[in-house]
Design a protein around this ligand. Structure first.
Ligand SMILES: Cc1ncc(COP(=O)(O)O)c(C=O)c1O
Length: 257
């Protein structure tokens, strides 16, 4: 038991070290490494922060959001009053004025930012300002770019969002699992209780060790290079598509260069 606790704490501390930035130090980052997956992590955040029937805003599944961001097929769309935002038909990108209007009109208790299929970086500060204006919690789901964020190749929501979730098996290259991070001790207690005993029984303890290794590797130079390479490869792909006069690729290129 003591060994498991030691390894879990090591994974938590290394994760906090990876995510510390100019806004928040490692000591002020509270980490839960127990969620069995990204969907389970998001479910726990809903349980901790909002009540059934509350208004929640997330990105529409068909425009880049994840199932757990309010899809009608998922617990999130069934249990909460979901107001989805999407991309502008004109630019194909998020329109923060539109999102603000939607938030003013619907007064959500929680806004979710961070996506499954959206090729641009979210403006985390813009989401923060909108959430503050309507008194909502801001949940950042950085599942896809987690590795890039740790390597400094993508903007970080840590210290901006109230709570951040991410899977550990995408760009982070770790075991299949997920993490919930907050920078407020009271919120972190609510989240810990929502994960266990609220949602799960025993965690997959063997994953703590795999996460501790992944977070160690994530602080290395080869890992950093790999993450920047993802960005370079994206630019190369966009450039190739652009040669075929694809408008969408043109837009992507302007963002990644
Ligand atoms: C943005 C986002 N959040 C959460 C998840 C859910 O992760 P999992 O499959 O581990 O439940 C995914 C999965 O791809 C995702 O893209």
């Amino acid at each position: 038991m003591d060994y498991v606790h030691f390894v879990e704490t090591l994974a938590q501390r290394r994760c906090a070290d990876c995510l510390a930035n100019d806004r928040v130090s490692s000591a002020d980052i509270y980490v839960n490494v127990q969620p069995l997956s990204g969907a389970a992590a998001n479910l726990a955040v809903y349980d901790a922060l909002v009540e059934e029937g509350d208004v929640v805003m997330g990105m529409d599944l068909y425009q880049g959001g994840h199932l757990t961001h309010g899809s009608a097929f998922n617990f999130s769309g069934k249990r909460y009053h979901v107001v989805s935002y999407g991309v502008s038909k004109r630019t194909g990108q998020l329109d923060y004025d539109e999102i603000r209007s939607l938030a003013r009109e619907n007064r959500p208790r929680m806004i979710i930012a961070g996506f499954t299929s959206y090729p641009w970086a979210p403006d985390w500060q813009a989401f923060r300002a909108i959430a503050d204006e309507v008194g909502a919690y801001l949940l950042a789901d950085m599942s896809h770019p987690a590795g890039m964020i740790i390597a400094g190749a993508f903007p970080s929501p840590i210290g901006i969002a109230d709570v951040t979730t991410f899977t550990t098996h995408k760009t982070l290259c770790g075991p299949r699992g997920a993490v919930i991070v907050s920078t407020d001790e009271d919120l972190s207690r609510l989240i810990d209780l929502a994960v266990f005993p609220g949602e799960q029984g025993g965690p997959h303890t063997q994953k703590f060790a795999a996460m501790a290794v992944a977070f160690k590797i994530a602080q290395s130079e080869p890992f950093r290079r790999l993450q920047w390479k993802i960005k370079e490869n994206t630019a190369a792909l966009a450039e190739g598509l652009q040669k075929r006069e694809d408008n969408f690729a043109q837009e992507v290129l302007s963002q990644v260069k």
